[in-house]
Design a protein around this ligand. Structure first.
Ligand SMILES: Nc1ncnc2c1ncn2[C@@H]1O[C@H](COP(=O)(O)OP(=O)(O)OP(=O)(O)O)[C@@H](O)[C@H]1O
Length: 310
């Protein structure tokens, strides 16, 4: 048995973790460390193994092999000493729907043995104080999602696992939730987070691991991943202004693709290409995009962007 790190060591240490379901290698040799206070993102396509990995960290699933250390302890076999230190986002289907939001949280707090003001504090943290008296059934999707996060926080855990908390939220609700998550980080919580929204990961996460087929393809801060990725600039020219042939003929254009109705010109030398586009098609409505985490992600997961043609 490897030595257990001290309680003020990293929040999570995974070493060569494997988990298969029959012939499916859901987690295929993952090693990573999450520091205390870190906002750590797990990204990857559907079926990449993110939920399985989170469940292993939470102690809900047993790894086939490898070592899992969470807050200095082994989460499996089910470690009851660890549970109060972990915040696990409740699925909205697990709510006490006939209760009000406040009563739901008071019930959760009582189950955890949290203090009398825990429910009110959790409501305030996620900006739900004014909805405390609303029945869970009557809350909007965005507010239910906040309640799910409040349920994960009510007992003041050290480490919070959030699995796609902003899925199914409208853009405004998503942005509002970002602020809640930023505040949690500022308060020193460690957050392990999965999302399919790359902009979200770029905006929130200190580091992200991009998981593909149960393995880590890349692990670093979004900024460093972007800097190390493609230095390509994309110019998006509205439809009907430039033919693909004319675009390909511009010196410095490496690839031309289509996106919606427009043309996407990829270049390593955007200045002269922009000047040529200005001359041929005018610049009105032309957009310039430098690399984002999404580009790095698409590159690593092999899903490609637009339909570039050489
Ligand atoms: N209980 C299970 N029994 C059998 N196969 C499973 C089980 N849970 C997950 N899998 C399979 O393991 C692989 C990884 O699934 P997992 O849910 O961990 O991926 P994910 O990255 O969280 O995907 P998503 O983004 O869709 O939630 C998939 O091929 C999935 O079908």
């Amino acid at each position: 048995m490897p030595p257990i790190p001290s309680p003020d060591g990293p929040a999570v240490v995974l070493d060569e973790v494997h988990k298969a379901y029959g012939a499916t290698r859901a987690v295929d040799g993952i090693s990573l460390t999450v520091a205390r206070g870190e906002f750590f993102g797990l990204l990857g396509p559907n079926g990449a193994g993110k939920t399985t990995l989170i469940e292993i960290m939470e102690g809900q699933r047993r790894a086939d092999s490898g070592t899992v250390t969470v807050l200095g302890e082994h989460p499996w076999p089910r470690n009851t000493a660890l549970l109060p230190k972990l915040g696990v986002q409740t699925q909205t289907s697990a709510f006490f729907v006939r209760l009000t939001a406040r009563e739901h949280l008071e019930t959760m707090a009582a189950l955890y043995g949290a203090g009398p003001d825990a429910a009110e504090r959790a409501l305030a943290t996620v900006g739900l104080t004014d909805d405390g008296g609303t029945r869970v059934d009557d809350l909007s999707g965005g507010r239910r999602q906040r309640l799910a996060i409040a349920s994960a926080l009510v007992h003041d855990p050290e480490l919070i696992f959030l699995d796609e908390p902003t899925a199914a939220l409208d853009p405004q609700a998503r942005r509002d939730l970002w602020q809640v998550l930023r505040d949690l980080k500022s308060a020193g919580r460690t957050i392990v987070y999965t999302t399919h929204h790359l902009d979200e990961a770029e905006a929130l996460c200190d580091r992200v691991a991009i998981v593909v087929k149960g393995r880590i393809s890349a692990l670093d801060s979004p900024g460093r991943l972007i800097a190390a990725g493609s230095p390509v600039t994309r110019l998006v020219v509205p439809a009907g202004r430039l033919t693909p042939e004319a675009a390909r003929a511009i010196p410095g254009v490496d690839r031309v693709g289509e996106e919606g109705d427009g043309l996407v010109l990829e270049t390593l030398d955007s200045g002269p290409v922009l000047a040529a586009v200005a001359e041929l098609a005018g610049l009105q409505g032309v957009q310039t995009r430098t690399a984002s985490l999404e580009d790095v992600y698409l590159e690593l997961t092999g899903t490609g962007t637009g339909t570039p043609q050489p």
